[in-house]
Design a protein around this ligand. Structure first.
Ligand SMILES: C[S@@+](CC[C@H](N)C(=O)[O-])C[C@H]1O[C@@H](n2cnc3c(N)ncnc32)[C@H](O)[C@@H]1O
Length: 206
């Protein structure tokens, strides 16, 4: 069976990794969100943000800078992820699996979110079709959560490995948001088949 590396971890010391270290970010992933935000304007001051698959926390750090010190920021990850985030303050951290956590647990006392982010990635096997299918499942769940918890006009950013369901899933986003865009950030490794799908201005179905 053909195996493909979806996420090349061999370049740990690449320039984005070094830059993140220098600038005090928890991961190089921050530059993907920064590029998406520069291109598409995802955040505004005061936005309430939910970050699915938030560990080790660089997207939370970036979001905090954009929304301001007092705006609501909630992050979810599995126990192994949350365990490495002990130093995080000013963020409501939830421990759980996105596939089983309830909407009520995610919502807490927040009436609705203005931005839902998902940088979730499956534990990759190297078997392209399997990894794509798992990424699609995580993306679909993130979109389901966005539809349940976003305020009208809210924004969604979700990572998706490009595969057979890509068109269907981007069409799904298009059906719920005024605009849909896809971005492959410069800091995303060329070897990776990840894309970021952005939905802007949620058209609430509630
Ligand atoms: C690429 S990392 C996120 C990096 C993060 N955006 C940052 O900037 O630090 C992907 C995360 O998704 C999480 N994840 C994967 N599957 C998940 C699931 N079923 N439930 C919750 N989190 C999950 C992983 O534990 C991992 O921490």
């Amino acid at each position: 069976m053909a195996k493909t590396r979806l996420d090349d971890r061999s370049t740990r010391h690449d320039r984005f990794h070094q830059k993140a270290k220098r600038e005090g970010f928890a991961a190089r992933a921050v530059y993907k969100l920064e590029e998406i935000d520069d291109k598409i304007d995802v955040f505004s001051t005061g936005h309430r943000v939910l970050d699915l698959g938030c560990a080790p926390g660089s997207w939370l750090q970036y979001a905090r800078k954009q929304i301001g010190e007092t705006a609501v920021l909630v992050g979810l990850d599995r126990p192994s992820g949350i365990d490495m985030m002990k130093k995080f303050t000013g963020v409501r951290l939830l421990t759980g699996d996105v596939m089983t956590i309830s909407m009520d647990e995610l919502r807490g006392d927040v009436p609705a979110f203005d931005v839902v982010l998902s940088d979730m990635a499956p534990d990759t096997t190297g078997i392209r079709s399997l990894d794509q299918a798992r990424s699609e499942t995580l993306f679909e769940r993130a979109l389901e959560i966005a539809r349940a918890l976003l305020a009208p006009g809210g924004n969604f950013v979700g990572k998706l490995f490009q595969g057979p369901e890509f068109k269907k899933l981007t069409d799904d986003v298009r059906s719920s948001f005024t605009k849909m865009k896809t971005v492959k950030p410069a800091s995303s490794r060329q070897i990776s088949i990840e894309q970021y799908v952005v939905g802007l201005h949620y058209r609430s179905e509630k």
